[in-house]
Ligand binder design. Structure first.
Ligand SMILES: O=P(O)(O)OC[C@H]1O[C@@H](O)[C@H](O)[C@@H](O)[C@@H]1O
Length: 320
């Protein structure tokens, strides 16, 4: 049945405009009022709001949005190197490159109900070739679903013409906004092995039945399930992270000392953020010329009572 004209809501699903310091950004909007913002600098999501306009991602108030520094918060992309696991700069270089809008992406099997999405592309440059001697095409689709879910899909193709394969590690370095880190639990990683970045990447096995936070945490959980839940007890909100093609998951909170040491991070801000990152770290991906890899992360935010009527993380994990 057609809606009476006065009730029809016109939403501009995709809008290119200027953000902080005149940097280009794309705003994605959905009819119920949720939105997301993506900077072409870094190909980086910097905002994800629910239908009440509440911000779900953390961006530091000290982040200066000034190239060549990466933006502190949102969802930086780590490629072709996660952390300092290789000769490149920390987390690779694409988080401080200017991406372009890809107006003619190759076909994508996707739901036709999604109208709020943008395709970005980054290709090798002659400058980058000097530090990472490979030709590549990195296509990134960012979609805000009608229900407010945020999906990121990366397609990376080896474009080398010299017959050489390349290898890389990768992460969607997602900064979730939380009310109080000491009231947060992460479910879905229990009993798994992890590499502890604070102990020379020594391997341990998670013993607790959930991860909670009372000091600095910097771990790479290996071969995790595809679904992880982050429970913000105080806000009664659960983030559900689903991933595909990304076997590992990084969990990071700098806590007070490291927070003070980071110039683009407020001293107290560690209380209000938690990074949980769909990643591929332990076993790098190798692509031969012409081959393509895909890695996907989908995040949603639901009231913690939505699944279970109570704060039972296991039940929260089962729903959806
Ligand atoms: O300060 P950066 O380069 O953005 O990195 C932040 C953190 O990113 C995390 O993913 C790493 O595990 C940490 O070791 C690192 O400190």
């Amino acid at each position: 049945m057609a809606m009476p004209p006065e009730r029809r809501v016109e939403v501009k699903h995709v809008e290119l405009c200027k953000g902080v310091n005149g940097l280009d950004k794309v705003v994605l909007r959905e009819v119920r009022g949720c939105s997301a913002e993506v900077y072409l600098y870094g190909g980086q999501v910097t905002s994800w709001k629910n239908e009440h306009g509440e911000e779900l991602l953390f961006v530091s108030s000290k982040s200066n949005f000034k190239p060549p520094k990466p933006i502190r918060g949102g969802i930086p992309i780590c490629f072709p190197q996660f952390s300092n696991l290789g000769p490149l700069e920390q987390h690779g270089f694409v988080r401080n490159r200017f991406w372009s809008i890809d107006h003619d992406p190759p076909p994508f099997a996707t739901s036709t109900s999604n109208k709020a999405f943008v395709d970005l592309i980054l290709k090798h440059s002659e400058e980058d070739f000097k530090i990472w001697p490979h030709r590549y095409e990195f296509r990134l689709r960012i979609t805000l679903g009608p229900g407010g879910d945020l999906m990121l899909t990366s397609r990376i193709r080896n474009m080398n013409t010299d017959g050489k394969p390349f290898s890389f590690t990768f992460a969607y370095h997602t900064y979730f906004a939380v009310t109080d880190i000491s009231e947060v639990r992460v479910e879905g990683l229990e009993t798994l092995d992890y590499l502890d970045n604070l102990k020379n990447r020594e391997r341990f096995t998670e013993q607790g039945d959930a991860i909670t936070f009372e000091s600095e945490v910097d771990r790479i959980y290996l071969s995790t399930p595809t679904k992880i839940a982050i429970l913000d007890h105080e806000r009664k909100r659960t983030f559900v992270l689903r991933k595909d093609g990304l076997p590992d998951a990084v969990v990071w909170n700098p806590w007070d000392k490291k927070a003070k040491a980071m110039p683009d991070f407020g001293d107290e801000e560690y209380k209000h953020m938690l990074c949980v990152e769909a990643a591929c770290v332990e076993k790098p991906i190798t692509l031969k010329p012409g081959e393509e890899w895909r890695g996907r992360q989908e995040i949603s935010a639901v009231p913690s009572s939505y699944c279970s009527g109570q704060l039972d993380p296991r039940r929260a994990l089962q729903c959806g």
